[in-house]
Design a protein around this ligand. Structure first.
Ligand code: URA
Length: 212
């Protein structure tokens, strides 16, 4: 498993505004979107391409194009939806699948309540979007779900990671999966409620408001 913690002043600036509890939802959404686009630049570094012959107005040359099948972007509902536009801005030809997963705040266990994904993911590069890699339970379940359908090349894009979650992912995910985690920062730890410290709070609530 590779972990890419993006070291860039714009990433650090935008993340600081997201962390600030005084930042309003509207600004949070906008900055999360911009931050994901910056992360997407790194996350797509190994996207599959092939040579293509083209005519410029001056001559003929060999260029580069994205190959088929198109990559699959999978936002984990609900908070991952706030990252979808940021990623597809750079990969507009990607297809989008959905996974609905919810964490029980007491047991921290994850259950899948919705899925809209192709049955066969063999040969598909998958980009999983979930802002917070905390215990790792949600991303482990998501990666296993995609792997069961044939995906072997999976990149998880997150805003923040806890070291505990990265360790769990490393230990529990099948080593046959080519797994990359791209993040704006690896934080200090998880607290007793499973929140990332210093973190940014509940990403879903910060993006979309509290829904009970
Ligand atoms: N999920 C969140 O939204 N925030 C955390 O800090 C941990 C999990």
């Amino acid at each position: 498993m590779r972990v890419l913690e993006i070291d860039h002043p714009l990433v650090a600036h935008k993340l600081t505004v997201l962390r600030n509890s005084a930042t309003h939802s509207s600004v949070f959404r906008q900055l999360a979107d911009e931050l994901v686009t910056l992360l997407a630049y790194e996350a797509t570094r190994n996207v599959a391409v092939a040579p293509v012959q083209i005519d410029t107005p001056v001559t003929t040359m060999t260029g580069t194009r994205l190959t088929k099948p198109a990559p699959l972007v999978v936002p984990i509902l609900r908070a991952g939806l706030g990252m979808l536009d940021g990623l597809t801005r750079l990969l507009p030809t990607a297809e989008v699948g959905f996974l609905g997963m919810v964490r029980n705040d007491e047991t921290l266990e994850v259950t899948t309540y919705a899925n809209r994904l192709p049955d066969d993911l063999s040969g598909r590069q998958c980009f999983v979007l979930d802002p917070m890699l905390a215990t790792g339970h949600t991303l482990i379940a998501s990666v296993e779900y995609l792997h069961e359908r044939g995906a072997r090349d999976i990149t998880c894009v997150t805003l923040l990671c806890a070291p505990e979650g990265l360790k769990a992912l490393e230990e529990q995910i099948d080593a046959a999966i080519d797994l990359t985690v791209v993040t704006a920062a690896v934080d200090e730890k998880l607290n007793e409620k499973g929140y990332i410290v210093p973190g940014l709070g509940d990403a879903g609530d910060r993006l979309f408001g509290v829904v009970d």
